[in-house]
Write a protein that binds this ligand. Sequence first.
Ligand code: HEM
Length: 417
Amino acid sequence: MPVREELSAAPVERRLRLFADGRGQGAAAHEHRLMRAARPALPVLNWLGQYARPLMKLPRLGWITSDPLVARALLNDPTHLSLLSEGGVGHLWAQVLGDWVNELFDGPGHHDLRTRSKDLFTARTSDAFVESAWGSRLSEARAHLEAGGELDLADLSRILVGRMVVTLLGTPVDASRGDDAYREIFATGEELASIALGTTSDTVLPPDKIAAARGIVERLTGHIDGAFDTAGGDTVVGRCRGLGLSPLETKGLCTLLMVAGTETAASAMARMMALLIDSGEQVRLLERPERREDTVREALRVTSPAPLIGRSVVKDLEIAGRTLRAGERVMVLTWTANNVAGAFAIDRAYQPHNRQLWFGAGRHLCLGGPLARAELDHFLTLLTGDGRPLSIVRRRYGRKVLIPAYESLVVRKHPAR
Ligand code: HEM
């Protein structure tokens, strides 16, 4: 098959639907277009990933894999792989935040930080964070929908995540400006994450990007120095102090939370709803509310909002019959690894070999997994609240964004039966 045809967008879209079946195809086609709008190369990489089992080497990009067992073995191997050297996310952030990141993000300090912060987000604390951050905002949105109004779920997800950032970090905000204040907080986080755009093949940042990112970090976490000693025990800053973290470690962790937990969570929220509606699975969920937890897991599997995880090889490594050389890069294609199981289906059984690869694996396994799950679970009440299905009125995919996401997803409730 000619390479040019293989890599052009339309055949890729057709082939990606192989991952779906029957009525799942419409939902899969929207997901595909969403990823293409975010980064045109992403669906191509996702599709190529099917053949990266156990591993495949690509020119310029290095090794890719979508084999969940190989992926987990790589992510669990800090001896041969690092996210600090060029090609890893730590390398990116060390240029912005300073060399102390090396200690905290992947060095011995990382283990210590993770051990001490392991209870920061449990199912219980996450539920409480969602309740206090979102307050009555979700119920207001639900009432508006149930009264027959149209609602932009993508906009709402950004507002709710903005509220979460303010609650977690204690970032000062002028709440009298209402939703706009939280939209702005979200946009600031997005701006920060966007410095990673275009670094898929090179994580060396130009000086102007470094300066811009430093300004944003200061805007979001600069208050922590002054608030550290007095922050309430229900805030992350207060909890970090209670766990024995220093102000510097707390600022580092807060930056991480901001970068890792804003766009990913908002992306998953709106995409989960689109998947439920596009696939028709919303009707099954309304009939079988006990499938709620499975629905959240399925949404995370199919959306895999962090579609790839990069590492650099720091020491030669033999794995799955291949030799990865020091200095090479490796990318775990989480989206492909998770999606080969098939289309979005709320009764799909847990995939034991994949576990929760959408949250990564090993020492950097997502710290905010329980929080993301709690956010998605609460967001579902927009659908399940009054038992009436939703329809999509119009949608727009986010363009040139790091994390594929809806720019806008306007829905309304079906008329009462
Ligand atoms: C659907 C939502 C989310 C997804 C798909 C997701 C995915 C991931 C993935 C794949 C990693 C591993 C990255 C790597 O190994 O290089 C990660 C790390 C991380 N995530 Fe999440 N995440 C989500 C939400 C959140 C939330 C809500 C928070 C907290 C507010 C959060 C905080 C973190 C932190 C702090 C790390 C770094 C952990 C470390 O390096 O030890 N994430 N996330």
